[in-house]
Design a protein around this ligand. Structure first.
Ligand code: A3D
Length: 320
């Protein structure tokens, strides 16, 4: 069987970490693409030299030419500018929209059969624009945010309850941003819902509320500590989980920014919801029942995403 090909568009902090993880897991051969000359080539050379030490077989190349992504099975997009302290994800909109245009065109011309995972912020708008610019089927273009946001939520819950992260399951819905909706009712420790754990005296509503708030500000907390960029280890690990589910037809249930066509009362918008990822790309969107508070939270989130799309259409008339 031919080796799979993973193309990484953007060879910055997340791109480099993605390449390392994909090589360690031997997901396939890896092409790192970036507009910066020398950056993808240098990282590819450095990472190739991890191979003999770590014992992985993966060909890693760096390029500034879209022709080299031809035939990619999975493409993960991190191209663009990351947040600096004091900058909101939405400030990035204008800059990264232009980047999505060039990336979308590069993918359409060279790898139209790929499964594309977008990470570039503001996520819900950029994944929508990337799909528009690339013209790929909606089920083959998806945004990474929910896996990361729920990983943050799960981490804090595991710390709170003093249990292994392996036994924590959590769900975060909605847009990636301050309006995300961590759903406490569907978050469990080994199947025991968090509200039941509160009743059992294992935590308090106030402490869980603080964790929900910390989760929604999870990206900002890392940005303010790093000062020179945004999180990259956990974002890369999250996108790799999505890529593995596609490549291995694992049919994992993962919260992702997926294209909604009527589900959750939303049409033609990318919003974070639980989906099944398998060989067919996004194979199912799972519509879970939400309580009134979560519904209202999701609506705020949807409205924020809608506003971003209006702004995108204002910047690039081809999207209108
Ligand atoms: P960074 O290390 O700056 O890497 C971005 C790379 O993109 C740089 O190497 C640039 O040279 C390159 N680039 C810029 N323009 C282009 C272009 N037109 N074509 C190809 N490459 C280009 O950033 P990063 O890796 O830390 O973050 C990448 C993106 O992910 C940013 O937009 C972040 O805001 C976003 N991000 C999203 C999440 C989510 O959960 C959604 C989390 C963390 C970061």
């Amino acid at each position: 069987m031919a080796r799979k090909k993973i193309a990484l568009i953007g060879a910055g902090n997340i791109g480099g970490t993605l390449a390392h993880l994909a090589a360690q897991k031997e997901l396939g051969d890896i092409v790192l693409f970036d507009v910066a000359e020398g950056l993808p080539q240098g990282k590819a050379l450095d990472l190739s030299q991890c191979g003999p030490v770590e014992g992985f077989d993966a060909k890693i190349t760096g390029t500034n030419d879209y022709a080299d992504i031809a035939g990619a099975d999975v493409i993960i997009v991190t191209a663009g500018v990351a947040r600096k302290p004091g900058m909101s994800r939405d400030d990035l909109l204008g800059i990264n929209l232009k980047v999505m245009k060039s990336v979308g065109e590069g993918i359409a011309a060279n790898a139209p059969d790929a499964f594309v995972i977008c990470i570039t912020n503001p996520l819900d708008a950029m994944v929508w624009a990337l799909r528009e610019f690339s013209g790929l089927p909606h089920n083959k273009v998806v945004g990474m945010a929910g896996v990361l946001d729920s990983a943050r939520f799960s981490t804090f819950l595991a710390w709170e309850f003093g249990v292994s992260v392996r036994d924590v399951t959590s769900f975060v819905l909605g847009g990636h941003g301050d309006t995300m909706v961590p759903v406490v009712e569907y978050s469990t420790v080994k199947g025991i819902p968090v509200p039941d754990l509160i009743k059992m005296g294992k935590s308090t509503q106030e402490r869980i509320d603080a964790i929900v708030k910390r989760t929604a500000n999870g990206g900002g907390e890392v940005v303010s500590l790093l000062k020179t960029g945004s999180a990259f280890y956990a974002p890369a690990a999250s996108a790799i989980a999505m890529a593995e589910s596609y490549l291995g037809d694992q049919k994992r249930v993962l919260p992702c920014a997926a294209h909604l066509e009527g589900q959750y009362g939303v049409d033609n918008l990318y919003v974070g919801v639980p989906v099944v990822i398998g060989a067919g790309g996004v194979e199912q969107v799972i519509e879970i029942e939400l309580n009134e508070q979560a519904k209202a939270g999701l609506q705020v989130s949807i409205d924020a995403v809608k506003e971003l799309l209006v702004a995108c259409k204002g910047i690039d008339s081809s999207l209108a």
